[in-house]
Design a protein around this ligand. Structure first.
Ligand code: FES
Ligand code: FES
Length: 154
């Protein structure tokens, strides 16, 4: 199997196909931004993008990512360390409290804005159906998405 993660290709033995993607990301690659929350596909803390689509890495097997490109939160910032507009918008809007949900929220935001650069509140709510936050009450998160949408359009 070959899995690309944040632009780096990884060759893996074919007999590892049934391992969880989240374990490969966190334990083997050290990408701890992908959070292990519920572990059963409910909370969205483990969300990553696979070929641009939001996927929950706790219920994704390595074989499902074979030949595909995975983006984690660590892949959002530029090589020079400049934050992605979505990361900056979450900070500026105060949309991060404990931060446990934030990587998944940011990746869901990226998938949303790439498909729909000027989303309504309903669009944002639909995009976050699979992402739970126990801290912020969502108001600041919605604001961050709107701020990011402006930044990314201009
Ligand atoms: S940890 Fe994967 S959905 Fe909760
Ligand atoms: S900021 Fe704590 S769970 Fe969302």
């Amino acid at each position: 199997m070959v899995i690309e993660v944040n632009g780096v290709r990884h060759n893996l033995a074919d007999d590892r196909g049934s391992e969880r993607l989240i374990d490969f990301l966190r334990e083997e690659l050290g990408l701890h931004g992908t959070k292990n929350g519920c572990g059963i596909g409910v909370c969205g803390a483990c969300s990553v993008l696979i070929n641009g689509k939001v996927k929950k890495s706790c219920v994704t097997k390595l074989k499902q990512a074979d030949g595909k490109s995975v983006l984690t939160v660590e892949g959002l910032e530029s090589i020079d360390g400049t934050l992605h507009p979505i990361q900056q918008a979450f900070i500026d809007a105060g949309a991060v409290q404990c931060g446990f949900c934030t990587p998944g929220m940011m990746l869901s935001t990226l998938a949303l804005l790439e498909a729909n650069p000027d989303p309504t509140d309903d669009d944002i709510a639909k995009a976050f159906r699979g992402n739970l936050c126990r801290c912020t009450g969502y108001t600041q998160i919605f604001q961050a998405v709107k701020d990011a949408s402006v930044k990314m359009r201009t």
